[in-house]
Design a binder for this molecule. Structure first.
Ligand code: FAD
Length: 507
């Protein structure tokens, strides 16, 4: 069905990729009446929030600690994105965001209840009770500002004016925190070096940089929303989010095509009918009034805009940001005996602070079957473990060497995991190892990167690009745009991108 406002294009908006950023853009625009076509190279929606099934287990590809499913405020962007296209998901609340297992027996659980968490951290650092309270309360200040305004495009002047007149104090609060990093705030209130390291890990485990480089705005969202909307796991697995958004898109009149890999974006200056267009791997060319790339900035500007000079705005951005490492992932199916009673769903494990940022230093663990047992055969659990890893460690290997390296690294990870799950190795039922090469291949992300990270300490979030690009009618969405990585963050980016495009299309 073509309902395009301009007759000679295939769609009002073509979205390249059905990650959560792409799907939120597409559903928002379809709900506003645009004719939207999503082109996804893989077989299912969701991207890094997708899933795969093996021997009765349904594994999440990546994300599993999900923010944005709250019922109140304005920061519950996943709830809102689904509601906009009349779909809803059942979610299961998680009482503990993370159970940290850190050096020197620093063992901290982040309880859903804010006061319980502050009490537990204060019990470990009694001399820092006041500083702890001040730091996390500052994060609440950021969150309360965000959570009182509609989160749309900061590139749209009329929205900025409206929101400023409606909520001037919230806007001024955000302007104050926008150029700050979480580490600046932590050091204002906290002296204890071990506690500052803990704050570094609190940031690193989702921003993959320490507190000094983690924007205060993102920290405010994460450190408060976990107690406000809470962490909620979608029943049936994280893949349900992409599936529900794709269903909502179609209900709203949009179209999604799978197995449709875009190989090139053709700027309108070079296109036959003067509209921006995309070329698919099957040779087809499709035109649109606007194109949105949900691929990473590196893939968009190096692979999809091939032959075009790198815009100076991108060159400047690259001086400030670099690709984060990818991950070595272990998807394990285990017998129930491997999971001691009372184990939490999410864990972070590190034995030596010096290794926090190193390849295979910090270990992330998720056991989603503790929340939704139906993801595994009866009497079994899923243990998904991942740790940062760089692409260069996995390249130039023969197939035999590659398999051997996977086995060796997996065995090391399992041995380290036994600190948390002592009976793990004798209860293994299924094992699949993913490497940066798997992330590159299945998610189409250059070097399998998790997303952009600052090369050095920057002014908070000020350097992150918004959705508009210097290529006319081309927009970017997802984790390489403001405000960065994470499902709720890319949903924010999707709301902003759709809002901006809708204003240019007078929708
Ligand atoms: C191991 C891991 C664990 C994570 N854990 C969490 C977590 O617990 N909580 C959380 O909130 N976040 C987590 N994240 C981060 C989160 O998953 C991502 O930030 C987010 O999903 C990125 O969404 P996106 O829309 O930007 O892009 P992506 O998810 O990368 O989706 C992009 C889509 O575009 C498609 N595509 C790319 N190029 C093309 C092309 N040329 N043609 C057609 N299609 C194309 C891809 O196939 C993909 O489907 C995790 C990520 C990983 C990798």
């Amino acid at each position: 069905m073509v309902r395009s406002v301009v007759k000679d294009v295939d769609a009002d908006v073509i979205v390249i990729g059905s990650g959560i950023g792409g799907l939120v853009t597409a559903t928002q625009l379809a709900a506003k009446g645009a004719d939207v076509l999503v082109l996804e190279s893989y077989l299912i929606p969701g991207g890094s929030a997708g899933y795969f099934e093996r021997q009765g287990y349904r594994f999440d590809v990546g994300a599993s600690m999900i923010f944005g499913f709250g019922e109140q405020g304005t920061t519950n962007l996943l709830t809102r994105a689904l509601a906009a296209v009349n779909v809803k998901l059942e979610t299961i609340p998680d009482d503990t965001q993370i159970h940290y297992h850190l050096p020197d027996d620093l063992d901290i659980r982040v309880d859903r209840d804010y006061e319980k968490f502050i009490q537990e951290l204060g019990d470990r650092f009694p001399h820092e009770r006041t500083g702890i309270r001040k730091f996390y309360d500052a994060c609440w200040e950021v969150f309360n500002c965000l959570n009182s305004i509609e989160l749309l495009s900061l590139e749209e002047p009329r929205y900025l004016m409206r929101v400023f007149f409606q909520k001037p104090f919230s806007c001024l609060g955000l302007v104050k925190y926008l150029p700050q990093n979480a580490g600046d705030i932590a050091k204002r209130y906290i002296r204890d070096p071990e506690l500052l390291k803990f704050i570094d890990m609190e940031c690193y485990c989702w921003s993959v940089v320490p507190a000094a480089k983690t924007p205060a705005i993102n920290a405010g969202m994460v450190f408060s929303d976990r107690h406000y909307g809470g962490i909620n796991y979608p029943k049936g697995g994280v893949g349900k989010i992409g599936e529900a958004l794709a269903e909502g898109l179609q209900k709203a009149g949009g179209t999604i095509r799978y197995g449709a890999r875009v190989t090139q974006i053709i700027p309108k200056s070079q296109s036959k009918n003067g509209a921006i267009s995309v070329k698919l791997a099957n040779g087809e060319t499709l035109t649109a009034r606007r194109v949105v790339s949900n691929a990473t900035r590196w893939d968009t500007f190096e692979h999809l805009l091939k032959g075009e000079p790198l815009p100076s705005s991108e060159q400047k951005w690259r001086q400030r940001y670099m690709k984060s490492p990818s991950f070595l992932s272990l998807h394990l199916g285990v017998k129930a005996e491997a999971i001691p009673a009372g184990t939490d769903c999410h864990h972070i494990l590190l034995e030596d602070w010096a290794n926090m940022e190193k390849s295979e230093g910090t270990i992330f663990v998720s056991i989603p079957t503790l929340l939704d047992p139906d993801l595994a055969p009866e009497g079994h659990h899923i243990v998904h473990t991942f740790t940062p890893s760089w692409m260069h460690e996995w390249e130039n290997l023969s197939p035999t060497e590659y398999e051997a390296l996977k086995e060796e690294r997996a065995a090391k990870l399992i041995a380290r995991l036994e600190k948390v799950l002592p009976e793990l190795s004798q209860n293994l039922d299924y094992q699949e190892v993913g490497t940066p090469r798997s992330h590159r291949r299945f998610l189409g992300r250059m070097d399998g990167t998790y997303g952009p990270i600052p090369k050095r300490k920057l002014l908070g979030l000020l350097g992150m690009p918004f959705n508009r690009t210097s290529v006319p009618d081309l927009y970017c969405v997802g984790d390489s745009t403001f405000p960065g990585q994470g499902l709720n963050a890319v949903a924010f980016s999707g709301f902003a991108c759709a809002h901006l495009i809708a204003t240019t299309l007078n929708l």
